[in-house]
Write a protein that binds this ligand. Structure first.
Ligand code: 3H9
Length: 648
């Protein structure tokens, strides 16, 4: 089957692109577009051409799988120019998404119409590159510099109505897109044709604008957004051809960069995460009604996520007061969503009044397909909850614990049929954090595990299967990372230098700042519990601080001092005194050396985790670190980064 087929509707040619799954622009598509343009130019009976796509979307961009290889002609910028210079005007009929090279092709067309649910955008920066086929050059000529900067440096697609407002497209339509496109073309031909985008003029901006935008773009932490901004700035002060040459050179340069390789690796890993090989051929158990036991921070976060994804939800709490608090927590989350324009007031009311029900009696869970327990991290409390679930839930209902460090096998033994049991480790805030560690026990049935992965996909989360060990994947690596950071302090490296090094690497916070924010007492209490249970656990430096009352920001001091009402960490003399006798070395280390040492430690733990079969692959370790622990995605994760370091 050719990727492009041409049909006729009177004087109009309809070019249909069919290159599943997302109509990415491969070499074959580029060639096909050039040949079809020439063919239709030569046909006298054709007045205009509609470019439409089969399947779920318009063109989603260049084929990212070709990015590791040398570019092959015809290059996309030339294809876009061929379309623009065609004798017959082309109309891009967009459904799904017109992204990157897809939107650049649409800009080569004389007109762009879009289905009301469509999106357009230039997401290249998310892949560590900039648009490479006129995105930074045509967009400011089409819709102005502001729109171009928003699209190309932010990388977020715009919904069709917003794109229309900004002048990125000409019309939004409902109903049959092909028919609408032909009707649009028929009307458009009655008027003089608009100037091709490349020949339009643009209004430049002053230095203050670029300076302010540079500050915003730099916040991303990696090179591509700043490079995209610079390409747009260049396009405002140079000719179209000069700007195209500059854009292409930057695109090719970044395409070969480490950051782009890392972001591509994450891109593909995220896409295959919801469909792992070990679930091939397994039909997931169906989920439509979910129960959550516990309305605290975690439970209400999980409940909000499930409600937003369209599940009916039953919230269980111990008494009416706790239930009211749980409902209020959920409502607060939705209020935030309404404020940010992510949810309408009506939508919120529907979820709160129709989709959410709340009860203190476990009998309300009798028709749930899945119940997620999110109560206090105490084995006796959890086992008690599961014994109740066992007697109140349907025999085929899935029962899940949200424990972050207890052994799921000990919880599973409270259930008569452990084939329906597994761990679902959400991260706080559960409605925002993308990671979901899925922890089966040996008895967990295949369709139960598959249901957990399909739940993750519906919640927009990145699922990773984790085996059972202390801390599963993420918290085990975190523990090792923190211990190694403490070891550096004992060796004499300054706490503030370690945090600064990890921020410099791309983390939002260093290991000590992060503990101050979350509270040092949580891990301390866990260690104390283990000590009481007879485990021989030596004092950490954090334990010394907690014993001195330094639990973190909430106690006005942890690893750092804080001024009330201000989160800025200040190096603490008290801490220096408290830890003085534990610091035995006087090591100096540069920021790169510190970061490389600590990331190397994470990777070493990751390697052990894979070797023990706790994680499927290094890629899963990388997804856990990126989506649960703030590892900079443009570094690809600790495993990816360490492998590239040893290869270079
Ligand atoms: C670019 O265009 C550069 C140009 O400026 C210049 C060039 C010179 N290529 O996400 P999904 C695969 S850079 C190859 O689950 P959805 C994906 O791996 C590009 N493959 O679907 C998966 O494969 P598999 C700029 C791609 O419906 C399958 O499609 N464009 C590409 O949830 C389904 O993907 C982008 O960055 C691609 N470009 O979402 C857009 N895109 O089934 C990236 C997807 O084997 N794509 N695949 O695992 C997306 O944002 C989403 O895929 C989209 C659909 C919203 C389109």
């Amino acid at each position: 089957m050719p990727v492009l087929t041409v049909s006729r509707e009177g004087e109009f040619a309809i070019v249909t692109l069919d290159n599943p799954p997302v109509n990415a622009v491969s070499e074959e598509v580029r060639k096909g577009l050039v040949e079809t343009t020439a063919q239709l130019d030569a046909e006298d009976s054709v007045e205009a051409v509609v470019l439409i796509c089969a399947g779920r979307t318009f063109i989603a961009g260049a084929d990212v799988r070709e990015f590791g290889k040398p570019p092959v002609e015809p290059h996309l910028p030339d294809v876009v120019m061929t379309l623009e210079q065609a004798c017959k005007p082309w109309v891009a009929a967009i459904h799904g998404s017109a992204l990157g090279g897809g939107f650049e092709i649409a800009m080569g067309c004389r007109f762009r119409i879009a289905d009301e649910k469509a999106k357009v955008g230039l997401p290249e920066v998310n892949l560590g590159i900039i648009p490479g086929a006129s995105g930074t050059v045509r967009t400011p000529r089409l819709a102005g510099v502001d729109a171009a900067v928003e699209l190309a440096t932010g990388g977020k697609p715009l919904a069709a109505p917003r794109a229309l407002e900004k002048g990125l497209i000409d019309k939004v339509v409902a109903g049959d897109l092909g028919r609408e496109a032909v009707a649009f073309a028929r009307d458009a031909l009655k008027q003089p044709l608009p100037t091709p985008v490349s020949q339009r003029t643009l209004v430049p901006k002053d230095d203050a604008f670029w300076q302010a935008e540079r500050v915003k773009a730099a916040k991303a932490g990696h090179s591509a957004p700043l490079a995209a901004l610079e390409a747009i700035r260049f396009a405002t002060t140079h000719s179209f051809d000069e700007a195209m040459a500059h854009e292409r050179a930057t695109f090719l340069d970044l395409r070969g960069s480490e950051e782009a390789a890392a972001l591509r690796s994450v891109f593909f890993a995220e896409r295959s995460a919801t469909r792992p090989d070990f679930l091939k051929g397994i039909e997931p158990r169906k989920l439509s009604r979910i129960g959550v036991v516990g309305g605290g921070t975690m439970g209400s976060g999980i409940a909000s996520a499930c409600l937003t994804a369209g599940y009916d939800l039953v919230l269980i709490e111990q008494n009416d007061e706790a239930l009211a608090r749980g409902r209020a927590n959920i409502e607060k989350t939705f209020d935030g969503a309404v404020k940010r324009g992510k949810m309408s007031e009506d939508g919120k009311a529907r979820l709160m009044e129709e989709s959410l029900s709340a009860a203190t009696d476990y009998a309300a869970l009798s028709d749930c397909d899945l119940v997620i327990e999110a109560v206090f991290e105490d084995i006796a409390v959890k086992r008690d909850v599961f014994a109740k679930l066992d007697s109140h839930c349907r025999a085929d209902a899935i029962l899940a614990t949200n424990t972050s460090y207890l052994d799921p096998r000990e919880i599973a033994s409270a259930v008569s049929d452990a084939s329906r049991f597994l761990g679902l480790h959400f991260f706080s805030p559960a409605n925002i954090m993308k990671l979901l560690e899925i922890v089966p026990v040996s008895e967990t049935a295949g369709d139960v595990l598959a249901a957990a992965f399909s739940l993750a996909a519906k919640l927009g989360k990145i699922p990773v299967r984790a085996g059972i060990c202390e801390g599963f994947i993420g918290n085990r690596i975190l523990k090792r990372y923190r211990a190694e950071a403490e070891a550096l302090v004992r060796d004499g490296v300054a706490i503030a230098d370690i945090d600064a090094a990890m921020r410099g690497f791309g983390f939002k916070m260093g290991p000590f700042e992060a503990q101050d924010l979350g509270g040092l007492d949580i891990a301390f209490l866990q260690r104390e519990g283990d000590r009481k249970a007879g485990k021989d656990i030596p004092d950490t430096l954090g334990d010394i601080l907690v014993r001195a009352g330094r639990k973190g920001q909430k106690a006005s001091g942890g690893w750092y001092d804080y001024v009330a009402g201000d989160r800025t960490p200040h190096v603490s003399e008290t801490v220096a005194d408290l830890l003085g006798s534990s610091v035995t070395g006087s090591r100096t280390m540069g920021a790169d050396e510190i970061a490389s040492h600590l990331v190397g430690t994470m990777a070493a733990e990751g390697k052990a985790i894979v070797e023990e079969g706790i994680a499927e692959s290094g890629t899963d370790i990388d997804l856990v670190e990126i989506h649960g622990y703030g590892f900079p995605r443009w570094k690809g994760g600790p495993m990816f980064w360490s492998e590239r370091q040893s290869a270079s």
